[in-house]
Design a binder for this molecule. Structure first.
Ligand code: PMP
Ligand code: GLN
Length: 384
C-alpha cells in the first residue's frame, strides 16, 4: 500500500459490520436501513432488467431519464435550475462523486477545508488527489455540534482551493443553518473557492430544521458541486446510484475523472431511481415521519441508558458522549460493546484529525426496524 493510503487502513464501517456479524450483535454501526425502499421502485428495477434497459453500458453522463429527474428534483424542491444535458452527472453513489470531484479539481498541495468530524472517504480521497486536508472542528454547543465561523475563516490560506461541506452532517446530525451557510458562501465568494457539498441526507431533516442547498446562496451556483444519492433517500444503499449537479465546466471536469474510475454504473438501477425521484411528496414526508419516531425512540433510550445525547436535526445517526457512563475512549468502548451489550456502534474519533477532540463520542444509527431499536435500547440500559 502506498504512503498516501497507508494511514487509512480498513474503513471503520467494514470493520464494525464484520464485528457485528462475528458476534451476532445488533448493528447500529454502518448506516444502512434494515428495510428496503419502495416495492414499486424495486419493481421498476426488475422491469428495466427484464426489458433490457441498461443491461449494457449506459451513456457516460448517466441515462437522460435520470439526469432529467435529478434536474426536476432540484427545481421542484429548491427552485434551482440545472440543464440535464450539461449540468448533471450520474455517479456510482455519492462515494464516487466525492472521489471524482476531488481528483478532478485539486492540484497536488492544494488545501481542502473539511468540517471535522468528516465522513471517512473525504480524508482518503483528498489524500489520493494529493491534497492537504485542513479540518475545522464542529464543537458541542447547546446540545448540537456547531461550526465556529471565525475558526472557519482563519483556516483559509493562499493555498486553499476548496471547501468540502456536508449538511445534514454525518456523524453529528447537525443541519447547517441559514446563517452558517450564508457565512460559508460569503467566504467562498470572497476567497474565490470551489465548494463541494455533500447533501446525501437532504431529505432526512426533523423538527424545525430545513435543508438549504448551498448552491442556492448568492454567488454559489457557479462554484458549487452538489452531491446527492439514492442510497439514503430511497433506502437502496446497495444500488450505488448518486449524482452531482454543477455548472457545465465543473461537470465536465468531474466527468473527466469519473470516466476513468468506473466509466458508468448500474444501468437498470438508474431507470428505477429516475422513477423514485419522481415519487410524490407524500413519500418523502412518510420517510421523514418514520425516521423521526425512530430518532426519538433511540435518542430517549440512549439518554435513559446514561449517555449524553445530541438529538440530531438531520441524518439517521445520533451522536452520544460516553463520559457520563464513566468512559472516555470511544474506540475501546465500541470494540467492547458487542461483548458487553450485544450492540455495535461507531467511534466518532475515526472522523477526526484531532482524535482527542472526538474521543468520547460514539455514533448509533437509527435507520432500523422499531423492534430492533427497542431491543438495542433494552440491552444498552443493562450495560454492566
Ligand atoms: N456522504 C456521506 C456523508 C455519507 O454518509 C455516505 C454514506 N452513507 C456517502 C457520502 C456515500 O454515499 P453512497 O452510498 O451513495 O456512495
Ligand atoms: N455512510 C455510511 C455510514 O456513515 C456507511 C457507508 C459505507 O459503509 N461506506 O455509516
Amino acid at each position: 500500500l502506498n504512503r498516501r493510503l497507508a494511514e487509512f487502513g480498513t474503513t471503520i464501517f467494514a470493520e464494525m459490520s464484520a464485528l457485528a456479524v462475528r458476534t451476532g450483535a445488533i448493528n447500529l454501526g454502518q448506516g444502512f436501513p434494515d428495510t428496503d425502499g419502495p416495492e414499486e421502485i424495486r419493481e421498476a428495477a426488475v422491469r428495466a432488467l427484464r426489458d433490457g434497459l441498461g443491461n449494457q453500458y449506459p451513456p457516460g453522463p448517466g441515462i437522460p431519464e435520470l439526469r432529467t429527474a435529478v434536474a426536476a428534483h432540484q427545481q421542484r424542491r429548491y427552485g434551482l435550475s440545472y440543464d440535464p444535458d450539461t449540468e448533471v452527472l450520474v455517479t456510482a453513489g455519492a462515494t464516487e462523486a466525492i472521489a471524482a470531484a476531488l481528483l478532478a479539481l485539486l492540484e497536488p498541495g492544494d488545501e481542502v477545508i473539511a468540517l471535522e468530524p468528516y465522513y471517512d472517504s473525504y480524508a482518503a480521497c483528498i489524500a489520493m488527489a494529493g491534497g492537504t486536508r485542513v479540518p475545522v472542528t464542529l464543537r458541542p454547543h447547546d446540545g448540537a455540534f456547531r461550526l465556529d465561523l471565525d475558526e472557519l475563516r482563519a483556516a483559509v490560506t493562499d493555498r486553499t482551493r476548496l471547501l468540502l461541506v456536508n449538511t445534514p452532517h454525518n456523524p453529528t446530525g447537525t443541519v447547517l443553518t441559514r446563517e452558517e451557510l450564508t457565512a460559508i458562501a460569503e467566504l467562498a465568494v470572497e476567497r474565490d473557492l470551489l465548494v463541494v457539498t455533500d447533501e446525501v441526507y437532504e431529505h432526512l431533516v426533523f423538527d424545525a430544521a430545513e435543508h438549504l442547498p448551498l448552491a442556492g446562496f448568492p454567488g454559489m451556483r457557479e462554484r458549487t458541486v452538489t452531491i446527492g444519492s439514492a442510497g439514503k433517500t430511497f433506502s437502496f444503499t446497495g444500488w450505488k446510484v448518486g449524482w452531482i449537479t454543477a455548472p457545465p465546466g465543473l461537470v465536465t471536469a468531474v466527468r473527466s475523472a469519473k470516466q476513468f474510475l468506473t466509466y458508468v454504473s448500474a444501468g437498470p438501477f438508474q431507470y428505477a431511481v429516475a422513477e423514485a425521484l419522481s415519487l410524490p411528496d407524500s413519500y418523502f414526508d412518510a420517510l421523514r415521519a418514520d425516521l423521526l419516531a425512530k430518532r426519538d425512540l433511540l435518542a430517549s433510550g440512549l439518554a435513559e441508558a446514561g449517555f449524553e445525547v445530541f438529538r440530531p436535526a438531520g441524518t439517521y445517526f445520533v451522536t452520544t458522549d460516553i463520559r457520563p457512563l464513566g468512559e472516555s475512549d470511544g474506540f475501546a468502548f465500541c470494540r467492547a460493546l458487542p461483548e458487553r451489550a450485544g450492540v455495535v456502534a461507531i467511534p466518532n474519533a475515526v472522523f477526526y484529525d484531532h482524535r482527542e477532540a472526538g474521543a468520547p463520542f460514539v455514533r448509533f444509527a437509527f435507520c432500523k426496524r422499531t423492534e430492533v431499536l427497542e431491543e438495542a435500547v433494552r440491552r444498552l440500559k443493562s450495560l454492566p
